[in-house]
Design a binder for this molecule. Structure first.
Ligand code: TMP
Length: 206
């Protein structure tokens, strides 16, 4: 059977990942395209428990311990949920994946062990990725959208310097990755979702 496509959304805080994933999923429903949406950390019961630990604002975990927890959640989600669906021929949409660990725990916190770990595991996690949708926005736009949220998790509450680092890390990381489709989300949301749908449509028709 033909394998399903694996589409990963990545990007900074306040770039509208949840909104645009919902819009894409609604579009795929409207054309009866079989797909599933999952997220990281999360996706399984175990992953959702790990999510609670990782996003706790009181967490004192260092970046390497955090990365290992993100990976433990990811491995279960990847093996038990994502690969199973891809093998059934379904399209999988994942809200963040291993690039988030490299950016947030590795590059932004200068943790060499996390960067090394990414080098070791990248082939395994990237093997089936068909498309990476990088939702980008300038730092001011991210901060103003984050300011409208009623609660913030550990990473969302880091402030301007961190958000600036996240943006420049993603920009550097994705500058040479041919699977990346970058969309500037400072644009009108309808324009952004049309661009995403158009690109996804090309990928699922391949
Ligand atoms: P979300 O709010 O976009 O679902 O993501 C949860 C937070 O976790 C977000 O602030 C980014 C952070 N995160 C990491 O720091 N490392 C990771 O590997 C992942 C998947 C998320």
């Amino acid at each position: 059977m033909k394998k399903g496509k694996f589409i990963v959304f990545e990007g900074n805080e306040g770039t509208g990942k949840s909104t645009h994933i919902k819009r894409l999923s609604k579009h795929l429903d409207s054309i009866s395209h079989k797909h599933m949406v999952t997220r990281e950390p999360g996706g399984t019961d175990f992953g959702e428990k790990v999510r609670t630990i990782l996003l706790d604002t009181q967490s004192q975990l260092d970046p390497l311990s955090e990365a290992l927890l993100f990976y433990s959640s990811r491995i279960m989600n990847y093996r038990n949920v994502i690969l199973e669906a891809i093998n059934r021929g379904e399209t999988v949409i994942c809200d963040r994946f291993h690039f988030s660990t490299l950016v947030y725990q590795g590059m932004c916190q200068d943790c060499k062990e996390v960067t090394d770990l990414h080098m070791v595991l990248d082939n395994y996690f990237s093997k089936y990725i068909s498309l990476i949708i990088y939702l980008d926005a300038d730092v001011e736009t991210c901060l103003s959208r984050m300011g409208r949220r009623s609660t913030s998790d550990k990473f969302e509450s880091q402030g301007r310097d961190f958000i600036t680092k996240v943006k420049s890390s993603y920009d550097t990381l994705f500058s040479t990755n041919k699977k990346v489709f970058r969309v500037d989300t400072a644009n009108n949301a309808d324009i952004v979702s049309d661009l995403i749908i158009e690109r996804v449509q090309e990928v699922i028709n391949e």
